[in-house]
Design a protein around this ligand. Structure first.
Ligand code: HEC
Ligand code: HEC
Length: 322
């Protein structure tokens, strides 16, 4: 009996040591930093470049949908060019993630170099070296468009707005320690992608600027990893302040039976974007997307009708889980 107890005690002690080591490793690794090249992207003062940046920021790239606080929501939904002082947040299963102040104040991007902003957007490595969670789809943005975005950000009036620090619980720290890595471009990034009325340009918009792919593809809420075919929808997105409620993205592939827009005409598609948000809890950035040009929407429609049809039924748009 005595030896049995002694063995039990020893096993308990070993388990305790392993647990303490695991916790220590999680805490140390959760703060690990990454390296990535600093793209040589510098802001320009050319008014055409700044205007292109403004269109992207408040339209297709919808920075305003995330880099604003909740009291600005009505203006964002109306597609207005609101101050981008950040403070928006996402409640994920493992913590609350806040968005940065993008104005040139000390509480914003004042201390960021153009290169550092470019590195965050292209390589997913933050100024402080942490791996950014994959909320932003701009890794393959061309040099020219990245320059345009940063040039426009540099014209924003400074707004003093202190954004709280992102907090992770222990599981979040463990995910950060072992699973979250910076996401970078797919290959060599184009110097320039010229806007055109074409499926090819639509693909660039849908994948690398407007994040249609990021939301209309099933993915893991914990790591952001894609778990389903591109554009087949089915991603369950949590609704702010309504735990257990999710809005599900529809299938945008041209499957005749299950494709949500398979039977829509190009004009129907453009018209839908002019009508704005209809499902109040929808996370789709309908407000900023109201600033899309007709041609850009037509290009996206053409692209969506060239992709491989995927037969996938995603069920009801609103799901309540208990
Ligand atoms: C879907 C929401 C979303 C959109 C759209 C979005 N952001 Fe972000 N952004 C975030 C979140 C969330 C973070 C913080 C991520 C983290 O710390 O892991 C962030 C962080 C940043 C940072 C700070 C990076 C650093 O080095 O710390 C910059 C700069 C930035 N975003 C710029 C932009 C710009 C410019 C746009 C539009 C072209 C944009 N964001 C669009 C959600 C978004
Ligand atoms: C932040 C996530 C998100 C992004 C980004 C997003 N969507 Fe959606 N989308 C959704 C969700 C969720 C729904 C279902 C709720 C709704 O209809 O608003 C939806 C609905 C739709 C619908 C059906 C609307 C209707 O009334 O039947 C279309 C069409 C659509 N999205 C196209 C797009 C295109 C094209 C893009 C890129 C330009 C895009 N979405 C970007 C999440 C997103």
């Amino acid at each position: 009996m005595k030896t049995f107890l002694r063995i039990l005690k020893r096993i308990g002690l070993i388990l305790l040591v392993i647990l303490v080591l695991f916790v220590a490793v999680v805490y140390i690794r959760a703060d690990r930093t990454f390296e990535a090249p600093l793209p040589e992207i510098s802001a320009s003062r050319d008014s055409a470049v700044i205007a292109r940046g403004e269109y992207l920021v408040y339209g297709p790239a919808h920075c305003a949908d995330c880099h604003t606080s909740r009291d600005q929501r009505a203006d964002v939904l109306a597609g207005k060019h609101v101050p981008l002082h950040g403070g928006g947040y996402f409640d994920l299963p493992f913590g609350r993630v806040y968005t940065h102040n993008l104005t040139s104040d000390a509480t914003g991007l004042l201390s960021f170099s153009d290169y550092e902003i470019a590195r965050s957007l292209r390589y997913g490595v933050a100024k402080d070296g942490h791996a950014l969670l994959d909320f932003m789809p701009f890794h393959n943005l061309s040099d020219e468009d990245l320059t345009a975005v940063i040039s426009f950000l540099r014209t924003l009036e400074p707004v003093k707005y202190e954004v709280p620090k992102t907090e992770f619980n222990f599981i979040g720290k463990a995910i950060k320690a072992f699973m979250i890595k910076p996401i970078g471009p797919d290959g060599e990034v184009a110097k320039s992608v010229t806007p055109a009325l074409s499926a090819e340009y639509g693909k660039y918009l849908a994948n690398s600027i407007a994040n249609c792919r990021g939301c209309h593809t099933n993915r893991s809420l914990a790591t952001g990893e894609y778990t389903g075919p591109f554009f087949a929808g089915g991603f369950h997105m949590p609704v702010d302040d309504k735990p257990g409620v999710f809005v599900v993205s529809p299938n945008l592939t041209p499957d005749p039976e299950t494709g949500h827009i398979a039977k829509w005409s190009e004009d129907d598609f453009v018209k839908r974007f002019r009508e704005g948000k209809k499902i109040p809890d929808s996370p789709m950035p309908w407000g900023p997307f109201s600033n899309f040009s007709d041609d850009d929407l037509r290009s996206i429609y053409r692209f969506l009708h060239t992709i491989e049809p995927v037969k996938q039924v995603n069920g009801p748009t609103i799901v309540v889980e208990n």
